[in-house]
Structure formats: C-alpha cells, structure tokens
Ligand binder design. Structure first.
Ligand code: ADP
Length: 380
C-alpha cells in the first residue's frame, strides 16, 4: 500500500483522513500539536514543525507522496523530497508561486489570466508614493490568511495603515459576487471542475455568512469562471486540487483573486452535496486513480461554525440539537478542545432544492448555535 503524508493536522487534514479510510493507503500526518483535529485519524502521527526543513525532510523520507493542508510549509524540504523521488502535491514550484502574493499576481499577468491591476511595494515608504493608484487593497506578500494581511486603502489618509513589508497593492474591485471554483487535475492531465460556489457575506459583520453551491450566476459567466480557473490550473502544470477564488465585478468582469493549491474551506459541502467530494478527489489524484464525478447531487449551503467573540477556553456548544433536528443538515465538528474568537470549530452543510429553505436554515443556524467557553474571556 502507498504511504502518503499530510503536512498539517487541522480540519482539512481530518476530512482528508475520513475520505482516506475508503482507499488502500497508509496515512501519516505531521503537526506540532498531538491533539490536533487530524492526529487520531491517521495511521502514523509525527510531531514536528511543518515549517522546519529537517522535520519535513525526516517526515517525507520513505513516503510515496506528500500533500499539504496549509501553504505555510517548508518548500525547500519539499523540493529536496521531490528530487529524491517523493511525489509532492502540489509541486513545490507551483507552491512557491502561490504562497507569495507578489509571485502569484505576476504569474497571472504573465499568463494573461485576468486579475485586478497591481503594483508591488517593498515597504511603507514606497506605498506612500502611490496615492494616485487608490482606492486599492494592500496585501502582504506572505504570512496573511483569512483576511489578516489585507488592508483596504481607500484614500491617501489610509496609506499609513499599509504594510511595511513586501506587498501587492491592487486596484479595489467593485465586487458583485465572490466565487470559488474548485478544480482537480490528475497526473496525466485529466481535469474535473466542481460547480462554482458563491460566498455570501454578512454586510454588518463584514464576514463570510454562508456559501451556496451552485453559485447563482448566468451561464455565460459560469463558463467564463470555469475557463479562467481551468487555465490557472493548467498553467501551474501540477497535479492536485485547487480552489480558484474569483471576483465578479459590478460591470460583469471576471477576475482571479487568488488560488489555493489544496483542499479548501469553500469545498466542505462536497462531502454530502457532490458525488465525489474534494477530499475523495484528492485521494484519487494522489493514488493515481481515475478522477471522480464532481457534479452536485443536490444544491447546498455551508455554514462555518466559529468561536463566538469574547470567549476562549474549553469549548462548549449550545444549540446542537436544533441543528440535528433539521432535515438534511449535516454537522461536522473538528474536535478542537479550545475555542477562541472567530476560530473555525466546525461546519454544517445543508441540502435542499429550494434556495429559500437553504437561506432560512443557514440564518437560523448562525443565530441559534453558540460556540462559547464556560467562562467569558477576561478583558484585561
Ligand atoms: P486572504 O488570502 O487573507 O483570504 P484575500 O486576498 O482573499 O485574503 O482578501 C480577503 C477579502 O478582501 C476578499 O475576500 C475580498 O472580500 C476583499 N478583497 C481582496 N482583494 C480585493 C480587491 N482587489 N478589491 C476589493 N476587495 C478585495
């Protein structure tokens, strides 16, 4: 049986392992925390730092393949493993491009992939000269995630808020919709495209409210989204699974925002809503099997369950019964012992052919489920 390693032991690793149980594969996971969500579902858990060259080399030696569940891994070690014959998904050369927002934007430009116009700033001094480029969004080249490392610079007065590190300054897009298009590519170049997903944001909290699959956009535009996402993956020239995030602008343009070379939050619903989930699909790629069917069985909504603001410590869930009573609601808790403000603790997938039913249930879950600790956070 092939031995495959996963770098990172969070919820994405956990759901990959749940899918791995259906295949002839021995799974290894490396992560610092022996109590992480993926630690108890793999055959072999290795405690180590995924950012450390020696740890990653030691972990990968003797494995047939390695995949990632987070981009912040030691890419030099992956290059070494690849040259020693270990298959790495995605290829380290593609990972090098995608984990750096400067290289990623340059890649889109070089390959004629539509993306918002941008320039590069090395420090705040350089940023401050760019007042004619506004309104724009400043994005730190590496180390940002989930919106941290992204700063809206609307007018010259905001320039002080920018980053004093190498960053991308890109034109602000008037966004109509935010879309994610998941694409898988096998080692022989076969591809599979999932129905595009639409993110719905809470206008008051300015955070992701829920996701809908399939996205509600006109067919012509869907084809454009698919064609652009397919080009991104083909031009990256690496097997794996990819979430291409795109903006549809108010004037009808389709622009790539960023690409994640791994299973992704925007594909959680595929476990129940699609014939082959994103996790199942990645195993097919990694184990060199034919790709699965990405089509949806039923339309779906997905709601992230995050730790409530102001609470940290041992997790306590309120309102689980209400969710479990709902027809076609599928609960996933990630097994994290401690909650923190905004920490992703689980998700719920809803299936229904009736969109208003999905939206109503998604909103109900957001209101009723509380993820808290017994003691509120102490304000010091
Ligand atoms: P992260 O990698 O941290 O998720 P993103 O690049 O996806 O950061 O940006 C986070 C959010 O900021 C996006 O989901 C979008 O709402 C907004 N955003 C990013 N780039 C732009 C842009 N050029 N114009 C307008 N809004 C943007």
């Amino acid at each position: 049986m092939l031995k495959i390693g996963i770098l990172g032991g969070g919820q994405l690793g956990r759901m990959l392992l749940q899918a791995a149980a259906n295949y002839p594969v021995i799974t290894h996971v490396m992560e610092n925390d022996p109590d992480c969500p993926a630690a108890h579902l793999c055959h072999q858990f290795v405690r180590g730092d995924i950012r450390n060259f020696d740890d990653v080399c030691r972990f990968g030696r003797g494995l047939d393949g390695v995949c990632i569940e987070i981009e912040s891994v030691n890419v030099e070690a992956l290059e070494k493993l690849e040259s020693d014959g270990v298959r790495v998904y995605p290829s380290p050369s593609a990972l090098r491009i995608l984990r750096d927002k400067i290289l990623q934007k340059q890649f889109y430009k070089e390959h004629d992939i539509p993306t918002s116009p941008f320039l590069i700033t090395q420090n705040r001094q350089e940023l401050k000269k760019q007042d004619t480029f506004l309104p724009a969004v400043h994005k730190i080249a590496s180390g940002g995630y989930d919106g941290r490392g992204v700063q809206l610079i609307s007018n010259p007065g905001d320039l002080d808020k920018g980053f004093d590190h190498p960053s991308v300054l890109e034109k602000k897009v008037d966004i109509h919709k935010e879309i994610s298009q998941i694409v898988a590519m096998s080692r022989n170049g076969q591809t599979a495209l999932y129905p595009a997903v639409e993110m719905i944001f809470d206008p008051v909290l300015n955070q992701l409210d829920y996701q809908l699959s399939p996205a509600e956009i006109p067919q012509q535009m869907l084809w454009r989204v698919e064609a652009i996402a397919l080009k991104v993956v083909k031009d990256l020239k690496t097997p794996g699974i990819f979430a291409v995030e795109l903006f549809i602008s108010t004037n009808g343009g389709v622009l790539v925002n960023e690409t994640a070379p791994r299973v992704h939050n925007s594909g959680h619903h595929t476990i129940e809503a699609n014939y082959s989930s994103q996790f199942d699909m990645l195993w097919r790629v990694v184990l060199d099997y034919p790709l699965g069917n990405p089509k949806h069985i039923m339309p779906a909504a997905m709601i992230n369950l995050v730790g409530r603001e102001g609470y940290s410590g041992e997790v306590h869930y309120e309102g689980l019964d209400e969710i479990l009573k709902m027809e076609n609601a599928f609960l996933h808790l990630y097994g994290k012992k401690e909650t923190r403000s905004g920490r992703k603790m689980g998700h719920v997938t809803l299936l229904s052919t009736d969109k208003s039913d999905l939206v109503y249930k998604a909103r109900t879950i957001r209101k009723q489920l509380q993820i808290i600790s017994k003691q509120p956070e102490k304000i010091i």
